[in-house]
Write a protein that binds this ligand. Structure first.
Ligand code: UGA
Length: 432
C-alpha cells in the first residue's frame, strides 16, 4: 500500500483518488478551493460522473481517502504526489500552465523526507516535465509525466481498463515505481522521456479530433453525392487499422479537451515552423459543423426570428453535465442572437444561456422542450433521446423540423411520421 497525495480535486484528481483507493492505497486530496474540500468531506461530488460518488463514498468510509486544504498535511509522508490541475487554453491556443507552475512551486516548498515521486497528470505544454525538473532544482524531486486518457462519463471505467499507461521520466527506476501502482490493471505501459509522454497526449486527442472531423467531412461529401455516410463509416470502422471510435458524424467535437488540444498542436507546429495545416483544417471542419444547422434553418425558414427551437442536450456530449465548449451551447447562443426562442432539456446538465435571456428557457423533459416548438434539435446522443417516442414528439410540436445533430434518429421513421428530417450524411440512407 502506498501513501499518495493528489493535488487538484477536479475530474481527473477525484477519479484517481477513487481508483487508487479501490486499488488499496491511502490517498489524500489537496485543493486550494475551500468549498470543494468542504463538499468532498461530506461525500459530495458536484459534477456528473457515473459511479464516482459511490466509489469515493466507499473510500471515505474505509478511511482510504481524505481531503485537505493544507499542502503540508496532504504531502506529509506521501510516496507519490499526483498533480492534476487545470491547464486552460490561452487566446492563441497555447496551454496556460500557470496553475501547474504554482502547484509545483508549492509542492517544492512543502515536501519532506523521504522525497515523493511527482506524477503529473495535467495536460501540459510539451517540455513541462523538464521545466518541473528545473524548478525542483537540487531538491532531488523526480518527475514522471503520465498523461491522462480518461473520457468524461466513463472515467472510472477508463481508470480500471486503460488502453495504455504512458510514463515519461528521466530514469526507468522512477517510472517503474509508478508502474508498480498500476500493475493490477494489466495495461500495456509505454516508458519514454517526459517530453514524449506529454506530446503523446496532445497527439492522441488531435488524432481523435481528426477522426471526428474526417467523419464530418465525409458526411458532407456523401450528402452531395447521395451516399450513405453511415454505411461508409461502418466500412471504415471494421478495418482495425482505422478503428471504430470517434467516427460519428454530427455537431462536432466540444468539451475542454479535444478543441483545446488540436489548437495546441496547431500552435506548437507554428511555433516550430512545422506544418500546421492538418490541425488547422481539423478545427475548421469542426467549427463549420456548428454553422451548418443554422444555415439549414435559415434556408428553411428565411429567418429564425420568433421561431421556437427545442434543443435536446446542452452538454458537449452525452453522459456528462460539462458544457465547456459545447456545440449545443454555441448553437443555442447563435439562435438567440438571431432572435429565435430556445428551450433546452438535458438529463443532467445546466447552462445559463446568455445570462438569462428572456427567450431562453429550460424544460424538464424532452417532450416538455418540444411542446410548441417549430424545430427540435437532437444535440447530444443520450439513449433517452435516441429512444424518444417520435410520434408523441411530433404531436406536441407546432412545426415539423427535426434536426438530428448526432445521428441517433432513423430518417425513415422520422419522415414516415411527417417530420422534415435534417441529419449529417444521412440523405442516402434508406432504412434505420
Ligand atoms: C477526450 C478523450 O477521448 C480522452 O481520451 C481524453 O483523456 C480527454 O479528452 C481529455 O483530454 O481529458 P472527452 O473530451 O471526455 O475525452 O470526450 P470524447 O468522448 O473524446 O468526445 C469529445 C467530443 O467529440 C464530444 O463533443 C463528442 O460528442 C464528440 N464526438 C466523439 C463526435 O462528435 N463523434 C464521435 O464519434 C465521438
Amino acid at each position: 500500500m502506498a501513501k499518495i497525495a493528489i493535488v487538484g480535486a477536479g475530474h481527473v484528481g477525484l477519479v484517481y483518488a477513487a481508483g487508487l483507493a479501490e486499488l488499496g492505497h491511502s490517498v489524500r486530496v489537496v485543493d486550494i478551493d475551500r468549498s470543494k474540500i468542504a463538499r468532498l468531506r461530506r461525500g459530495r461530488v458536484w459534477f456528473h460522473e457515473p459511479g464516482l460518488p459511490e466509489s469515493l463514498g466507499r473510500a471515505i468510509r474505509k478511511r482510504r481517502v481524505s481531503f485537505t486544504l493544507s499542502y503540508p498535511t496532504g504531502l506529509a509522508g506521501a510516496h507519490f504526489v499526483f498533480v492534476s490541475v487545470p491547464t486552460p487554453a490561452t487566446n492563441d491556443g497555447s496551454l496556460d500552465d500557470s496553475m501547474l507552475r504554482s502547484a509545483f512551486e508549492t509542492i517544492r516548498q512543502h515536501v519532506g523526507q523521504p522525497l515523493p515521486i511527482i506524477v503529473n497528470k495535467s495536460t501540459v505544454p510539451v517540455g513541462t516535465g523538464d521545466l518541473a525538473a528545473r524548478l525542483f532544482g537540487d531538491t532531488g524531486l523526480r518527475v514522471v509525466s503520465s498523461p491522462e486518457f480518461l473520457a468524461e462519463g466513463r472515467a472510472l471505467q477508463d481508470f480500471f481498463h486503460p488502453a495504455r499507461i504512458v510514463l515519461g521520466a528521466r530514469d526507468r527506476e522512477t517510472a517503474a515505481a509508478v508502474a508498480a501502482l498500476f500493475a493490477p490493471l494489466g495495461a500495456p505501459i509505454v516508458f519514454t522521456d517526459n517530453a514524449t509522454a506529454e506530446f503523446s497526449k496532445l497527439a492522441a486527442n488531435a488524432f481523435l479530433a481528426m477522426k471526428v472531423s474526417f467523419a464530418n467531412a465525409l458526411a458532407h461529401l456523401s450528402e452531395a453525392v447521395g451516399g450513405d455516410a453511415e454505411a461508409v463509416t461502418r466500412v471504415l470502422s471494421l478495418d482495425p487499422r482505422i478503428g471504430a471510435g470517434h467516427l460519428r458524424a454530427g455537431l462536432g467535437f466540444g468539451g475542454s479537451c479535444l478543441p483545446k488540444d488540436v489548437a495546441a498542436m496547431e500552435q506548437l507546429a507554428r511555433k516550430y515552423d512545422a506544418n500546421a495545416d492538418l490541425f488547422a483544417a481539423v478545427s475548421r471542419v469542426n467549427r463549420d459543423q456548428r454553422s451548418r444547422i443554422i444555415d439549414y434553418l435559415l434556408t428553411r425558414f428565411g429567418s429564425v426570428a420568433d421561431r421556437r427551437v427545442a434543443i435536446l442536450g446542452i452538454a458537449y456530449k452525452a453522459g456528462t453535465d460539462d458544457t465547456r465548449d459545447s456545440p449545443a451551447v454555441a448553437l443555442a447562443e447563435q439562435l438567440l442572437k438571431l432572435h429565435a426562442s430556445v428551450v433546452y432539456y438535458d438529463p443532467v446538465a445546466k447552462h445559463d444561456l446568455r445570462n438569462g435571456d428572456a427567450r431562453a428557457a429550460v424544460a424538464r423533459s424532452a417532450l416538455g422542450a418540444a411542446r410548441g416548438a417549430d424545430v427540435v434539435i437532437f444535440a447530444t446522443e443520450w439513449t433517452e433521446f435516441a429512444n424518444v417516442d417520435l410520434a408523441k414528439l411530433k404531436k406536441v410540436m407546432r412545426g415539423t423540423v427535426l434536426v438530428d445533430g448526432r445521428g441517433i434518429i432513423s430518417p425513415t421513421d422520422a419522415r414516415a411520421l411527417g417530420f422534415d428530417y435534417f441529419g449529417f450524411g444521412r440523405e442516402g440512407r434508406s432504412d434505420s
